[in-house]
Design a protein around this ligand. Structure first.
Ligand code: CA
Length: 228
């Protein structure tokens, strides 16, 4: 857990850094926008706390530059009371939160922790194995960057296998998990459903897509191929 603080007012920087130390956060502090931008774009931080009015380069310009460069690190803006327009612009530019001065360092720390929980929650809602990516919230699956149109059952089946790449699941396990216990175990719905998923993948991916991510294990069942 590492925070980058970009803030030119020494008093504020001092109490924020003291709060970070007390909380056990690793941190770096920059007191101008030029260094701040350089560190933010080069470093590996979990959160960036960014003042708006800065010598060198202002906070909004830093934020804009970082997002334009594809950096997704969460950013909390520190704003003055009268900077409402800047707050709105900041959120539009991709800030994740803001805090108006004056503030208590405890509140900044609580916001940072809430933000990190949110980000890690979003990460857990997304599964990625090789070229296949699955979003549990939007229920969208993409294969080599293209969205695949799946039915609810097909989605549930792929999600079930994808949670444990490399692990073999029997037809009965898949049936019970995706269709429920009251299904006749001699049915071939699992095989039919997997055939349909493979067909959809190969239709979209063409020859460049590589092998189907779902492997048959003869006499046992199926497994999701581990990423190479
Ligand atoms: Ca300032």
């Amino acid at each position: 857990m590492k925070v980058l603080l970009i803030e030119d007012e020494q008093k504020i920087a001092d109490f924020v850094c003291a709060g970070f130390r007390e909380q056990g956060f690793a941190y770096e502090h920059c007191n101008n926008g030029t260094d701040g931008y350089a560190r933010a774009s080069a470093g590996d931080y979990d959160v960036i706390v960014l003042d708006i009015m800065l010598p060198g380069r202002d906070g909004l310009s830093i934020l804009k530059g970082l997002r334009k460069a594809g950096l997704a690190t969460p950013v909390i803006l520190l704003t003055a009371r009268n900077e409402l327009d800047d707050r709105i612009e900041g959120l539009n530019l991709g800030a994740d939160d803001y805090l108006a001065k004056p503030f208590f360092v405890e509140e900044l720390i609580a916001r940072i922790q809430a933000l990190l929980r949110r980000v890690s929650g979003e990460r857990q809602n997304r599964l990625m194995v090789g070229s296949l990516s699955l979003d549990r919230i939007s229920r969208e699956v993409t294969w080599n960057g293209e969205v695949i149109d799946l039915t609810g059952r097909e989605f549930n089946l792929i999600e079930y296998l994808m949670r444990s790449p490399g692990r073999v699941f029997t037809r009965t396990q898949i049936l019970e998990h995706v269709w429920g216990y009251d299904f006749d175990p001699s049915t071939n719905v699992v095989d039919v459903c997997i055939q349909r998923i493979r067909k959809k993948l190969s239709a979209i991916g063409g020859n460049g897509a590589g092998e189907s991510p779902i492997e048959s294990v003869r006499g046992v069942g199926y497994r999701f191929r581990k990423a190479a």
